[in-house]
Ligand binder design. Structure first.
Ligand SMILES: Cc1cc2nc3c(=O)[nH]c(=O)nc-3n(C[C@H](O)[C@H](O)[C@H](O)COP(=O)(O)OP(=O)(O)OC[C@H]3O[C@@H](n4cnc5c(N)ncnc54)[C@H](O)[C@@H]3O)c2cc1C
Length: 446
């Protein structure tokens, strides 16, 4: 059995490793364009902050490990440029020698990931304007950032906030431009205010509701022009989202969704039964709405890869979909969201209501307790919990993950208000903030 995997990051290597485990006699080849495989771009901002010493530390397993210990044929610096469905063949270019490599497959797995969304702004092609997707991008960005004094970050999503903090910790002046009136689009403004205050408190020059309309400069970017002003900068990081890398899939005529991601069934099979797809190049089912969404994050990419690899090798696994759980650290704040925000719930036709409560992370008498804010989004008719957002100085992540389970299990407010959560003064108050939030919204519903 010949299995060819295109892309050697999270989804691709999870697929290759699982396929080999399911069918040890399968012949598995992975083509990866960059020099790294099985890497964590998620760690790049922390390397900038000085917490990780070297890009090679962001690699989970090396190419040599996969070749010698797992028996997987990994070819880095190889770009797949053509796939022939009828011949079941793949053409890759060895980027070092320029040589063409031809291989045949029985099953193909597309794990080509995402690409940074390039905003349509005049001057975007100027030197000194960066996007980050992989470790090689990270290396280039780091080199320029070290030499820069003033850095503009365009986009106030999770990655934009992480890099804004990283640049501050590198001693840079940071301007953060966000087109909307609040940071993190998938959260509601009632709770993002706390995050915005934290950014300002730590020295970020935050420009909310300000659109970048042009980049100017002679040889490289020198000015950011917005609808409100002009700013002199040394460098720009454009962090304006991710789009599915669907080039090969589109050429093959595979079925794509409304976000441009490849559509698969729960076995990660595309519209061609011999071709699987996994990771940031696919759209996936949202467990709350049942609709296809594009929320490209690493935990799902790894799991989809594992399912695709298993099935391509003859196994029988399913990927159930996601609830959109995402967490991020913003200076001293912990931030998390799962399910639907109020805006998303209303957009999806729910008669939804939301409430935000402020509570404390541990018993009031236990030293070091911190503020924590919980926002729940609930369907008025069924009382089903549709989403949750939590911001605080500790104890956020465990509670967001609890909410992810609550939402996946279709629980209602009354289930959460009686859920048997743990209590001990150093960890939680006796009425956990999640339970309090459920009680408050229950009262509102009455
Ligand atoms: C800076 C940063 C921080 C992040 N932080 C988080 C986080 O904290 N939490 C989280 O959940 N997610 C985070 N993410 C997202 C996470 O990294 C992605 O969800 C994950 O990497 C997706 O894995 P993937 O394998 O699907 O795609 P990708 O990582 O995009 O990998 C696709 C791979 O395919 C290769 N490729 C593409 N086309 C070809 C071709 N034709 N031939 C050969 N190779 C090809 C690419 O070179 C690439 O290596 C972050 C991303 C970035 C960039």
């Amino acid at each position: 059995l010949n299995i060819v995997v295109v892309g050697g990051s999270a989804a691709g290597m999870a697929a290759a490793a699982k396929a080999k485990r399911t069918n040890p006699s399968a012949n598995i080849i992975v083509f990866e364009k960059t020099k790294y495989v099985s890497y964590a771009p998620c760690g790049i901002p922390y390397l900038f902050m000085g917490l990780v010493d070297g890009f090679d530390k962001l690699v989970y397993y090396t190419k040599e490990y996969f070749i010698s210990k797992r028996g997987i044929d990994v070819r880095t610096r190889h770009e797949v440029v053509k796939i022939d469905e009828s011949e079941k063949s793949v053409v890759a270019i060895d980027l070092e020698s320029g040589r063409e490599v031809n291989v045949n497959y029985d099953k193909l797995i597309l794990a080509t990931g995402g690409l940074p969304r390039k905003p349509n702004i005049d001057g975007i092609e100027l030197e000194g304007i960066y996007t980050v997707r992989n470790l090689e991008d990270g290396e280039r960005l780091h080199e320029t950032a070290l030499k820069s004094k003033v850095i503009a970050v365009v986009g106030g999503g999770f990655t934009g906030l992480e890099f804004a903090e990283a640049f501050i910790k590198m001693g840079k002046k940071v301007l953060l431009f966000q087109r909307r009136n609040h940071v993190i689009r998938s959260m509601d403004p009632e709770i993002t205010k706390i995050i915005e205050d934290e950014l300002i408190k730590h020295g970020i020059e935050l420009h909310l509701g300000e659109s970048v309309v042009e980049f100017r400069g002679k040889d490289k970017v020198e000015k950011v022009v917005t609808n409100k002003g002009k700013y002199t900068v040394d460098m720009v990081l454009a962090s304006t989202g991710v789009v599915p890398n669907n080039n090969l899939a589109a050429k093959l005529g595979l079925k794509l969704g409304s976000y441009g991601g490849i559509l698969t069934d729960e076995f990660m099979r595309t519209s061609n039964p011999d071709i699987y797809a996994a990771g940031d190049n696919v759209e996936t089912k949202h467990i709350v709405t049942g609709k296809y969404v594009y929320i490209p994050l690493a935990p799902a990419a790894n799991k989809m890869g594992r399912v695709a690899g298993d099935n391509a090798a003859g196994g029988n696994s399913r990927f159930p979909g996601i609830v959109g759980t995402a967490i991020v650290k913003v200076f001293n704040l912990e931030v998390g969201r799962t399910g639907l925000s109020l805006r998303e719930a209303l957009d999806n036709g729910y008669n939804a209501v939301a409430e935000t409560i402020k509570h404390i992370s541990r018993s009031h008498y236990y030293p070091g307790h911190k503020e924590i804010y919980v926002r729940l989004v609930v369907d008025r008719e069924t009382k089903r919990i549709l989403g949750g957002q939590i911001v605080g100085y500790e104890g956020v992540v465990g509670r967001v993950n609890t909410l992810a389970a609550v939402i996946t299990a279709h629980m209602k407010t009354e289930d959460l208000s009686m859920l048997d959560l743990g209590y001990s003064p150093p960890f939680a108050p006796v009425w956990d903030p999640l339970v309090v939030a459920a009680n408050v919204i229950e009262r509102k519903l009455k």
